[in-house]
Every structure is written in C-alpha cells, then in structure tokens.
Design a protein around this ligand. Sequence first.
Ligand code: F6R
Length: 236
Amino acid sequence: MRIEYFENYNVMSKRAAEIVAGEVNTKNNMVLGLPTGSTPLGMYANLIEMNKKGEVDFSKITTFNLDEYYPFKRDDKNSYYKFMFDNFFGKININKEKINIPDGEAADGDIEAIKYEKKIEVCGGLDLMVLGLGANGHIGFNEPDKILTADTHVAELTKNTIEQNSRFFNSVDEVPKQAITMGIGSIMRAEKILIIITGEAKKAAFKQILEGKVTTENPATLLNLHRDVILLTDLR
Ligand code: F6R
C-alpha cells in the first residue's frame, strides 16, 4: 500500500483528482468505480474543473458506483443516484449510457445485485476503484462483521452507519435500513484502488489499516491484501 499524507483536505482532493485523471488519460475507455459521501466531494470538484479546462476527457469511460440505498427512489434527495448527478455526472462530458448505479427501485434487490456484478464482469472489471472510509472501517456498505460477502449484494446497514447517515434525513427513522453494495470481492478485483481518508472520526479505523493486520471487523484492513492500493489522507 502506498500512503500519501497531506496537510489539508483541499490538497489531498487535488491529488486524488490528478490520480483519477491520470488513469483516465492513460486509458480513455477505462472502467471506474466511484463512491458517494462527503469525502470525495473535493475530488469531484477538481475533476469537474479539469474537465472544463480540457485536461481530462470522460466521454469514453464507464462508471460503476459502489452502492445505493435499497429500496429507494432515484429522485429522492438522498439517493446516491441524485448525489452523483448533482455533484459529478451532471457537470462533466460523460456518456450517460455508460453510468452504472445499483437500482434502488429494482423489484428484487438480490437479482439487481447479481446483474450488477455480472455487468462489472462483462465490462472487463474495474480499472480503478475509488473509496471513502466509514468511521467503523466499512467500505461501500460492507460493514464490520464475522463474515463478509464477496460479490454485490443487499446489505443491512449497522446502527452506527444509520446514525452517521441520519444527518441527511429528517430523522433517524427515515434512513433506509438496507443498501445494494459492491462486495469486498467486487472491490478487491479492481486493478487499482484509491482510498481517500479525512476527518478525526476515521482515525481509529485508519490506524488499524496501517498496522498491516487483516480483520473482517474492519473491512478496510482487507485492502492490505491488494497489490496496488494508494491511500491519501490528511490525518496523522
Ligand atoms: C459511499 C460509501 C461509504 C462512504 C463512507 C464514508 O458510496 O460507500 O462507504 O465512502 O461511509 O463516507 P463519508 O465520505 O461521507 O465520510
């Protein structure tokens, strides 16, 4: 794992954008895995600017988002679908046909998950997967547990994650209890992984990754088993 430390969030976000743009510029039809959340907002803002200046061309890439609440309406203000169009896809020259986000409106979540995993495979797998980190070590909605699931699946959100995400809803009761998420295997099969970590709340989970041990009780520690991970952080 290659770790890069930054003095603040803005410098880190610029670097994250440069890494993503560098990969896209090397392989313009690449398959890119993307997260939602507050962490990648700075990276997306930088990529939008770079795209406007003609420094990166997204017209041929294919994207797969990590996750989506389930069951959930795409036009809900909290859907990850809406988040991605508001904060990134709606502002870059991407081919909308090549955007993939798990369908929160699918009649059967399990079938949607299987189809999603298959589609990643058919597209040749992910060239680069960008991740944020949950305070409890989750990546995607792969929450700490004794057993983790390899492929895309319907996951139960933990109490901790429901509470964290309740800041976007009117009350904690409104937070969905499930999500469709890429599994640990879907993530680990990516050629390259970029994880961005910011905020004191993430410190304990981050330190555990650095220890180089692996435990399903902190799913992000599994990244220690991947041969090409870049970790960017403004934590010390
Ligand atoms: C987002 C996702 C989550 C977030 C994590 C960190 O698609 O899958 O795992 O990356 O919860 O969220 P923020 O960046 O909001 O702290």
